[in-house]
Design a protein around this ligand. Structure first.
Ligand code: ADE
Length: 277
């Protein structure tokens, strides 16, 4: 009799468990379209930089609820202008920024990525303290380097030479930058990325004349390539600390702090404009 009662209770428990599982499945699969878009609206925006100085202004403005450490990076989860964001310093260079991009997408389900920071101006009209918004990004040091010194960047090595930024984010970033700095100081164009601090006028001419590069830096394309693999929209906002020429080191030391803050101010304006929509 005791065994009978035991068997009955096990059976009853199993039936209840099965019933609750099937309710869970039903409620998940029957999520209404409104619920789905509410979830999307809550996805945070990923905001990334390479160095502390490039993020300092934004971290001061943000409300941070939690810091999650993954793979050597601190992901600051919180809000900017009342909107959900994950703000992270990736570190300098292509590999760290690529890894960090994958984590932002995989672990934080970001709706898009804004990279903010500094760069060297390449197009002759792009001066120190001007801003370049990426229409697209490319690697300038990925490809072939022969005995004759010839450098070739081509489709033999990468699936595409460049990757396009998200058109809406480019427009939003451009508008925000113009609001902060004025139209004369803001450009849209190709940003080239490589694992070198560029301080070579001849190479800068080559980048401009061959690819119509506007600015050169060390992370934008690796963020863009990984984001595009996941179909996540991205834009790079870069403020010029130097002209990537023989005087680049001196100029960089004079300007990196001021122009880092300028880039942060543009991201703030970008968030303000989004909040007002
Ligand atoms: N970031 C700022 N200036 C740079 C330069 N000249 N080369 C690469 N990255 C930079």
């Amino acid at each position: 009799m005791k065994n009978g009662i035991k068997l009955l209770s096990v059976l009853l428990a199993s039936v209840l468990l099965l019933a609750s599982c099937s309710t869970m499945n039903t409620s998940e699969s029957s999520m209404s379209m409104d619920e789905v878009s509410a979830k999307t609206a809550e996805q945070p925006l990923g905001i990334m930089s390479a160095m502390d100085v490039e993020l300092a202004f934004l971290l001061e403005q943000a409300t941070i609820d939690e810091v999650v450490s993954i793979g050597g990076n601190d992901f600051n989860v919180g809000t900017l202008e009342g909107q959900p964001v994950v703000i992270v310093k990736a570190g300098v260079g292509k590999s760290l920024s690529a890894a960090c991009t994958a984590i932002l997408i995989d672990e934080f389900d970001v709706s898009g990525i804004v990279f903010t920071g500094i760069a060297g101006g390449v197009a002759p009209e792009v001066d120190i303290t001007d801003v370049v918004i990426s229409t697209h990004v490319m690697f300038h040091d990925y490809g072939y380097f022969g005995n004759d010194g010839k450098v070739a960047i081509g489709t033999d090595f990468v699936s595409k030479v460049d990757v396009e930024s998200d058109a809406d984010m480019v427009e939003e970033a451009y508008e925000a930058a113009v609001e902060v700095l004025g139209e004369d100081k803001v450009y849209e164009g190709l940003i080239a990325t490589g694992d070198q601090f560029m301080a070579n006028a001849e190479y800068v001419d080559y980048l401009y004349n061959t690819y119509d590069v506007y600015a050169v830096e060390m992370e934008g394309a690796s963020v863009g390539y990984v984001a595009s693999q996941y179909d996540v929209p991205f834009v790079v906002i870069r403020s010029m600390s130097d002209k990537a020429d023989g005087l680049a080191h001196e100029a960089y030391n004079n300007w990196y702090s001021v122009v880092s803050d300028n880039s942060g101010k543009i991201v703030m304006q970008f968030m303000k404009n989004r909040a007002a929509e």
